[in-house]
Design a protein around this ligand. Structure first.
Ligand SMILES: O=C(O)CCC(=O)C(=O)O
Ligand SMILES: [Fe+2]
Length: 390
């Protein structure tokens, strides 16, 4: 094994498998025949280099965003400074948000504007590299850091107008500079100062997550530390998304509608906008607001709360004049975590909704489902969750 292909500590076994499903996100890893074509034999089309959108990349008519029909309703904003002044109100708001929307904007979350700026700047530098440089980072085997942004002629479904860079940092408890070095070793524009900033960012993210997990537990009437083990034996990954300027923005999507198959996602987006969420059958824009983060509930959280919290369906529109970047931080419980809801969430009025399963099994199902799909629709976790209903 060469130095470069060494896996960062902690990224092994069942956890690795679990993390694979979610970090691939909206990406659908199948080819025409249902088998993967080796990367060396694929005909690459780099999204950013395409002038005329090929027909097969276009989304079907019923999935095309009709911009003129959007209503303006903002997603809820949650101000975490309420922690000091009115904790009960904060808990109440978080519960309503997670139940009604599955998504909110976090204000006063504790991560500094300077660190957020650094993440955005470095992300732009990464995607600004030449295609040649980025193609060196295509996924080979079980890599813990890889680039996706190529589309191949073999694919049948309409493709995402996006490039991504995924890093699987491993377990929270072993998250240190070594883990970051392992994931960024081939990131040519990254330097040690940036790696230190990334570690600082993740420390901030952990402290924010600790607070959020406690508040969510309280909002459900559970012990405050009910979810705390996630920040010990669970893990963290991130997906850096780049949406190049698109010559025909109304005909493609940056990400097709999907739910996140992990537990919780914390998203940083730049000021461009494009993220939309579904609520009661309608799509709403998630307006960017400088310095804030977006928090969204994933599939595992919905199952674990007996369906009280909602894994939100979302998608990304692209635009014709400016590129966009976002960074999604993905939280996972350990693979062997049972998703049976605690007894406090089950009673006669609220019987168990889903059959018994563990994180690992859910992620296996996601992988199987993704590999099996041959039509133009991208995998939607809500259908899979529905299939678990008792
Ligand atoms: O770019 C965005 O705003 C959302 C990205 C997303 O949904 C994802 O990475 O799962
Ligand atoms: Fe997502």
């Amino acid at each position: 094994m060469t130095e470069r292909s060494k896996a960062p500590r902690g990224c092994q076994g069942g956890f690795q498998m679990a993390i694979d499903t979610a970090t691939d996100g909206p990406e659908v890893p199948f080819m025409k025949s249902g088998t993967m074509v080796p990367v060396s034999q694929q005909k690459h089309l780099i999204t950013a280099e395409v002038d005329v959108v090929p027909e097969e990349w276009k989304v079907s008519l019923e999935d095309r965003p009709e911009v003129s029909t959007f209503e303006y309703i903002d997603i809820p904003s949650i101000d975490l400074s309420l922690l000091e002044t009115d904790r009960a109100e904060l808990v109440r708001r978080l519960r309503t948000t997670a139940t009604d929307w599955g998504i909110c904007r976090l204000i006063n979350h504790g991560i500094s504007p300077e660190l957020m700026k650094e993440v955005e700047t470095q992300g732009m530098k990464f995607f600004g590299q030449s295609s040649q440089e980025k193609l060196k980072l295509l996924k080979h085997g079980n890599g813990n850091a890889y680039y996706t942004g190529i589309n191949t002629e073999e694919r049948r479904h309409s493709l995402h107008w996006a490039e991504s860079f995924v890093m699987k940092f491993g377990l929270w408890k072993t998250l240190d500079l070594d883990a970051i070095n392992g994931c960024t070793i081939d990131w040519a524009t990254a330097d040690d100062n940036f790696r230190k900033s990334l570690l600082e960012f993740m420390i901030g993210l952990k402290s924010l997550s600790e607070k959020i997990l406690q508040l969510f537990a309280e909002s459900l009437g559970l012990k405050a530390d009910f979810y705390s083990d996630i920040l010990e034996s669970g893990g963290l990954a991130s997906r850096w998304n780049y949406y190049p300027v698109c010559p025909e923005p109304g005909e493609v999507l940056g990400a097709h509608s999907h739910t996140d198959p992990n537990f919780l996602t914390i998203l940083q987006q730049d000021k461009v906008g494009g993220l939309q969420v579904e609520k009661d059958g309608r799509w709403y824009n998630v307006q960017p607001m400088e310095g804030t983060l977006v928090l969204n509930i994933g599939d595992l959280f919905q199952i674990w709360t007996n369906g009280i919290f909602k894994s939100v369906l979302h998608r990304v529109l692209v635009n014709g004049s400016v590129s966009r970047i976002s960074v999604a931080w993905l939280l996972y419980p350990r693979s062997s975590q049972s998703l049976s809801p605690p007894e406090e969430l089950v009673d006669e009025k609220h019987p168990r909704m889903y059959r018994e399963l563990m994180v690992e099994e859910y992620h296996q199902k996601v992988l199987t489902e993704r590999l099996a799909r041959q039509d133009s629709k991208v995998f939607n976790g809500q259908n899979l969750i529905d299939s678990l209903t008792i």
